[in-house]
Design a protein around this ligand. Structure first.
Ligand code: PEP
Ligand code: MN
Length: 464
């Protein structure tokens, strides 16, 4: 039963046609302080009145996720903070409205679940599964214009990928489309996951198919066989109908970049604010300034929060983020997602981990081995090499092993489709193969096979 505690407040102001329903409480919680602060990556909205109209609609819609789910995820992340769970986050770099289809969502989820089974075996602890989906519709950009001189694509919530000046104009109404797409995606995923899609035996059978077809399959046979034996043991013990073997919870996540959208989908419950656009919200490398809008806004939410930290992050900056975003030092509240690049992780991450640990801050340490390893191929594609991705994960494990801290999870960009966006892997994708199926709206993703290979390699690392 859902406790009273979890029901958002109804307000007087809404009925009398005033501003937001819970404006007095919102002010107490400081939910609008960000509006007065400097803000990076501001969407170039054409006019404030249209943004306000759209937000007035989104203020009143049913939320995408529920507060109790957000709390449940926070509890699971607390286990990861204490070394008793591992977190897997994965999905598209940028979700698009056209690709928000059953086929695409199910393929991505299936790949994530397949990886999770392998990682569960490797880590011998529960794997918390989080998709980059149902809201990953905004992108921070390093330049306001693209190679063609057009305004940069900033994600389907803001403008269109189509290379045309009019289509690239930011359109506030896209926030409503993003909301509708996110709601539909999560609704469909909940239905499939509750209906047997996540059955452990079936997921393992898919993995066996992968081992059979992969050119590197032989290397992974041993682990696949061991998982087989473990499942046979479970079956022999009569545990065939257990709920835990048949269903999983897949949480949703996205970058909290378009603060107008995030603010509109925030709800006040009791004396706390929840960002109910998704379960896990993160702040990107480009918007993590301590006293700026994004960090301020998420600091006011009860959700578990992530922050990307790149190679220029100083140990002091990491410590200050912990103090600001998790002042009560709640385990699971804050995840620091390092994305250093394979050449820098061994040099930069140690001092950060030491500083945060010595200061006593509780965090989940997660590795994003994608964003520090982006390169341009000889034929002009934005790509990443599988070997560098694996090496960054290896470096991250080395750093944590050396200090006894818990390597708490992985954050990857992947798709369950057979795309050719990242180089290498057992399929040995080369520069010349990239044009074949290069379909991402933004950064290059691991394809199905590369994702599973990574999971098997990480399982080997986890087992030492
Ligand atoms: C991303 O996760 O797609 C992203 C833009 O990451 P970062 O903020 O680490 O660059
Ligand atoms: Mn990306």
């Amino acid at each position: 039963m859902i406790d009273q505690w979890y029901l958002p407040r109804a307000g007087e102001a809404a009925r009398s046609g005033g501003s937001r329903p819970e404006s007095a409480d919102a002010e107490k919680l400081g939910l609008d302080v960000w509006r007065e602060l400097p803000r990076e990556q501001m969407p170039p909205w054409p006019d404030a009145a249209r943004v306000a109209d759209v937000c007035a609609v989104l203020d009143q819609v049913p939320s995408i996720v529920a507060p109790y789910e957000v709390d449940q995820l926070a509890d699971r992340l607390a286990l990861a903070c204490e070394g008793r769970a591992f977190v897997l986050i994965g999905g598209d770099c940028a979700e698009t409205f056209v690709d928000n289809t059953e086929r695409h969502l199910l393929a991505n989820a299936r790949t994530l679940l397949q990886m999770a089974v392998v990682l569960t075996y490797g880590a011998s602890v529960p794997v918390v599964k989080i998709g980059r989906f149902a809201g990953q519709y905004t992108k921070p950009r390093s330049s306001p214009t693209d190679a063609l001189g057009l305004p940069a694509y900033r994600g389907d919530m803001i403008n269109s990928l189509e290379p045309d000046a009019a289509a690239r104009a930011a359109d506030p109404h896209r926030m409503v489309r993003a909301y509708a797409n996110a709601a539909a995606a999560l609704n469909m995923m909940r239905a499939y996951l509750g209906g047997g899609m996540a059955d452990l035996h079936a997921v393992h059978d898919w993995n066996k198919d992968f081992v059979r077809i992969s050119a590197a399959g032989e290397r992974y046979e041993a682990i696949a066989r061991e998982i087989d034996r473990a499942l046979a043991f479970i079956r022999a013990c009569g545990m065939t109908e257990e709920e835990a073997l048949r269903s999983v919870t897949l949480y949703s996540s996205h970058e909290a970049l378009a603060l107008e959208y995030e603010r509109s989908l925030a709800r006040i419950v009791g004396d706390r604010a929840y960002g109910l656009s998704g379960h896990f919200l993160w702040v990107g490398e480009r918007t993590r300034q301590l006293d700026h809008a994004h960090v301020d806004f998420v600091s006011r939410l009860s959700n578990p929060i992530g922050v990307k930290i790149g190679p220029t992050t100083t140990p002091a900056a990491a410590r200050e983020l912990c103090a600001k975003l998790n002042p009560h030092n709640i385990p699971g509240r804050l995840t620091l997602i390092s994305r250093m690049g394979n050449h820098r992780v061994r040099e930069v991450l140690p001092a950060i981990v030491d500083e945060v640990t010595v200061a006593g801050h509780k965090v989940v340490w997660q590795c994003d081995p994608m964003h520090g390893n982006t390169q341009e191929s000889s034929n002009g594609y934005k790509t990443r090499h599988f070997d560098r991705i694996v090496d960054e994960v290896l470096g991250y494990f080395e750093v944590h092993r050396a200090r006894g801290t818990h390597p708490g999870g992985l954050h990857v960009e992947l798709t369950g489709e057979d795309v050719t966006e990242c180089l290498g892997g057992a399929q040995a994708i080369e520069d010349g193969d990239l044009p074949g199926r290069y379909e991402t709206a933004c950064d290059p993703r691991l394809n199905t096979q590369q994702s599973l290979e990574l999971a098997f390699l990480v399982a080997e690392m986890l087992r030492g």
